[in-house]
Design a protein around this ligand. Structure first.
Ligand code: GAR
Length: 194
């Protein structure tokens, strides 16, 4: 069985899309792939309850309990490794990871970012795309490397930016596409390392 560990910080809608795809696509029987755990950097993350209701192991590790980024990432690695991950999926995990963490999961760590990378790495992607006059926006699934939002691109979805769009309306349009491309990218990635 190949194990996926998903890291979240908030709503967890991308995590939910992956869990739903795993259930509906019967990944466990058909592909020997399962979501082994969902870990959150925030106790209040709404996604945790949802993962629990699907019978998935969950855990919380809050940065404020640690006095350095390195200490937090070391503790996170221990928690993640307890589930023997073949793939670690960042799904709205709002932390910049240390080089040690990224190196430890080299080749098995992916992220989804709400822009058409390499444009608009970082935060506030939708407002920045609107302000720049872009006609299109989107989302990118990419491998995680030491440089923020820079790894090899695995999948993208494109949506139009419409007259009168706000960061909110554009964000919702992009998010609905994220839910389509992320589960697909996860499966493709795991198939490729079969
Ligand atoms: C998603 O839009 C994801 O692309 C973004 O956070 C949101 C999380 O939503 N990620 C980043 O901005 C990473 N830099 P979710 O918790 O509902 O999946």
């Amino acid at each position: 069985m190949k194990n996926i560990v998903i890291l979240i910080s908030g709503a967890g809608s991308n995590m939910a899309a992956i869990v739903r795809a795993a259930e509906q696509g019967r990944w466990a029987e058909r592909r020997q792939v399962r979501v082994a755990a969902v870990l959150s950097s925030k106790e209040a993350a709404a996604g945790l309850a949802l993962a629990q209701s699907s019978g998935i192991a969950t855990g919380v590790l809050e940065p404020k309990a640690f006095d350095s980024r390195e200490a937090f990432d070391a503790a996170l690695m221990a928690k993640v490794d307890a589930f023997s991950p073949d793939l670690v999926v960042l799904a709205g995990f709002m932390r910049i990871l240390t080089p040690a963490f990224v190196a430890h999961y080299a080749g098995r760590l992916i992220n989804i970012h709400p822009s058409l990378l390499p444009a608009f790495a970082g935060l506030n992607t939708h407002q920045r795309a609107i302000d720049a006059g872009c006609r299109f926006a989107g989302a990118t699934v990419h491998q995680v490397t030491a440089e923020l939002d820079q790894g090899r691109i695995l999948a993208q979805a494109v949506v139009p930016i419409l007259p009168g769009d706000t960061a909110h309306s554009l964000g919702a349009r992009v998010l609905s596409q994220e839910h389509l491309i992320y589960p697909r990218a996860v499966v493709d990635f795991l198939d490729a390392i079969a």
